[in-house]
Write a protein that binds this ligand. Structure first.
Ligand code: 6PG
Length: 253
């Protein structure tokens, strides 16, 4: 049974502060337990506020950043310095302001140029830096994710073959519906579903239908396989941090 929790807030600020508390709590006991905290960051705009909170006083002094190891759930195929880069966004709002060891920051190696090469190399990086054998799947301690109006998460867009991937942990994928319309590199369900904790951050009334489908598994228009619903780690938990408007289409939990 997948444990699924929902926390509902009035504003993005409240949501982000509560999410920051959750991230710090998970980081704390994970570091106490194993000395390292492996987290995959989300792109998009919703998570920005969380990154700002985490890098601000007093939050930034509440964790041992040296124990953090940072990955990305998906990346756009643009240079890391490009305004559309997920890495760039997280560097600007979080990584530039906290004492993380640069050796523990593992961006998607977009400079390799070719999408499949990049995906392959990122899979290799994920395995190597987590000490996972080639036939194993790394268990990330926390994966932060957003949700699109079409039910996508990371860069797993409805109807795209990346959603059905069962072997590769990282693949190249077409952009789907969400701007910027550039090729993406995305982690896949086998990796996401091996995580210990998944935290979704969602705000806005325009995502209320997508949230209902992603939470309850009901179709979203013509889409019967809503990618975000398929994120259900076998031995992990899923926690949704959403605002009231996003929750407005759900009556039962
Ligand atoms: C990306 C993402 C994507 C995003 C959602 C929600 O690279 O675009 O990682 O999955 O998180 O589209 O984005 P917003 O938070 O901007 O609505």
């Amino acid at each position: 049974k997948v444990r699924k929790d929902v926390s509902i807030f009035d504003t993005l600020d409240e949501l982000s502060t509560a999410a920051a508390e959750a991230v710090l709590r998970i980081a704390k006991y994970t570091i106490e337990e194993q000395g390292v905290f492996r987290v995959a960051l989300a792109g998009g705009s919703t998570s920005r506020r969380l990154y700002q909170v985490l890098s601000s006083t007093p939050y930034r002094s509440r964790t041992n950043w040296a124990a953090w190891s940072v990955y990305w759930g998906d990346e756009r195929l643009v240079p890391l310095s490009h305004p559309d880069s997920n890495y760039g966004m997280t560097r600007k709002f979080l990584l530039a302001h906290v004492p993380i060891d640069e050796n523990n920051i593992h961006p998607v190696p977009v400079s390799l140029g070719d999408g499949w090469l990049i995906a392959d190399e990122y899979e290799h990086i994920l395995r190597e830096t987590t000490g996972t054998p080639t036939d194993g799947v790394p268990a990330l301690d926390l994966v932060l994710l957003g949700l699109g109006r079409d039910g996508h998460t990371a860069s797993l867009f409805p109807g795209n073959p990346a959603v059905d991937e069962t072997e590769c942990l990282v693949v190249e994928t077409a952009p789907g519906s969400r701007p910027p319309l550039v090729e993406r590199i995305t982690t896949t369900l086998p990796l996401l579903n091996a995580a210990r904790h998944i935290v979704f951050l969602v705000t806005g009334e325009d995502k209320a239908d997508a949230f209902r489908s992603a939470y309850h598994g009901v179709p979203l228009g013509e889409v019967t396989q809503v990618p975000a619903y398929l994120v259900r780690p076998a031995d992990g938990s899923v926690h949704w941090f959403i605002t009231r408007d996003t929750a407005s289409k759900c009556s039962a939990w």
